[in-house]
Write a protein that binds this ligand. Structure first.
Ligand code: ZN
Length: 145
């Protein structure tokens, strides 16, 4: 069982089912959404995901569609602004930033995603592959970016 919460602690959730490996996404929208060089993100199957506190404190922003669905949506806490899990439209998955978990995932990220769009002020120094073979449901994760 994984648990997560926002910075102020008003919003909490737990995940009892499938979670994907983490990927570090360098896409411009992910950098904007987090303010960081990349977003460490993962998927959780919706059937194993549950808000345990503060679901009324969640705000969702959906960005204008760039290419094709699913839309790029971000959820955050109305009080502290922490990024929160959000439904990945048209899929059975929630997408979340791994830094919102209360306990670290325990594995190194699987890969870098969209590294061709990385910030010019950031250099990828680790040995995590930019293009390891995708694992299901990685296709949905990548297509959301
Ligand atoms: Zn909060």
């Amino acid at each position: 069982m994984l648990q997560g919460s926002c910075l102020c602690g008003e919003v909490k959730f737990e995940i009892s089912g499938y979670v994907s490996p983490v990927q570090n996404c360098h896409a411009a929208r992910c950098r904007k959404a987090t303010g960081g060089a990349f977003t460490p993100e993962m998927l959780a199957h919706g059937t194993g995901f549950r808000w345990t506190q503060g679901s009324d404190r969640i705000c969702v922003y959906t960005a204008p569609l760039l290419k094709s669905p699913p839309a790029y949506a971000r959820a955050f806490c109305k009080t502290c602004g922490s990024p929160l899990p959000v439904e990945l439209e048209g899929t059975p998955y929630m997408i979340l930033n791994s830094g919102i978990l209360d306990i670290a995932p325990g594995e190194l990220p699987l890969k870098h995603a969209t590294s061709n769009a990385k910030a010019c002020w950031h250099e990828i120094m680790d040995e995590i592959a930019p293009s390891k073979p995708p694992v299901e449901p990685d296709k949905e994760l990548v297509s959301a970016r």
